[in-house]
Design a protein around this ligand. Sequence first.
Ligand SMILES: Nc1ccn([C@@H]2O[C@H](COP(=O)(O)OP(=O)(O)OP(=O)(O)O)[C@@H](O)[C@H]2O)c(=O)n1
Ligand SMILES: C[C@](O)(CO)[C@H](O)COP(=O)(O)O
Length: 249
Amino acid sequence: MSDDSRPSPTEPRTAAVIPAAGRGVRLGPGAPKALRALGGTPMLVHAVRAMAASRAVSLVVVVAPPDGASEVKSLLDAHALPERTDFLVVPGGDSRQESVRFGLDALPPDYDIVLVHDAARPLVPVDTVDAVIEAVRAGAPAVVPALPLADTVKEVGPADPGEPEPVVATPSRARLRAVQTPQGFDRATLVRAHEEVTEDVTDDASMVERLGLGVVVVPGHEEAFKVTRPLDLVLAEAVLARRRLNDGF
Ligand SMILES: Nc1ccn([C@@H]2O[C@H](COP(=O)(O)OP(=O)(O)OP(=O)(O)O)[C@@H](O)[C@H]2O)c(=O)n1
Ligand SMILES: C[C@](O)(CO)[C@H](O)COP(=O)(O)O
């Protein structure tokens, strides 16, 4: 689904919502994270291109920092993006959840499948995007790309001030997965989840889980990592430099 043609009129229409309204506190001082440069181009532009690389995606809704919607619009105008994809920019909210909801509210009616993709995962390969879309098309209400864990995980208990945290359990990692984006949804399911689930969650699929509906996993990709801390930016620059070398530009 990653060539230059448009999706056929009989295919379900797919839109991608990109929450990009976070500050990036863990990355350190500077511009909002999505606007910081990666290989000389704002991270958000990489994320938008990653979604638009899939032939199935015909609309990308960018959820901009609350006071930065016009800056983001100018940014998208200034960078080459595929002509077959439409773009919308809306202001974001105080939390990722709220930003995604604002993105969903802006979706035109004729989209059946919605991807939600962090601007902070700028390098996700198109094959991962397409695998998520295929699984939703095959009937899953919610799909997450995920990878097995490399580290052993400990659950810790509360600690007295100044004391080390006590380990209370070591879950078997065989069935644990580190979840990435884009997460893909049947649109009606995602909208219902955002209407009905009020607890704070860290990803959209957990809201669908709370509705009691099935969420399935497709293989994630190492290059879909999230740029969260300064070292992630170093890794992202290295991955991008390697791609540019391999592509010969
Ligand atoms: N109010 C918010 C908070 C986060 N996000 C987006 O959600 C994605 C994942 O969030 P994260 O990596 O945690 O980004 P930040 O919230 O910016 O990071 P931090 O917690 O370090 O401030 C990012 O693309 C971020 O822009 C958003 O759209 N609106
Ligand atoms: C959605 C997510 O990227 C899946 O791993 C993640 O949960 C976002 O978490 P964050 O704390 O908002 O970075």
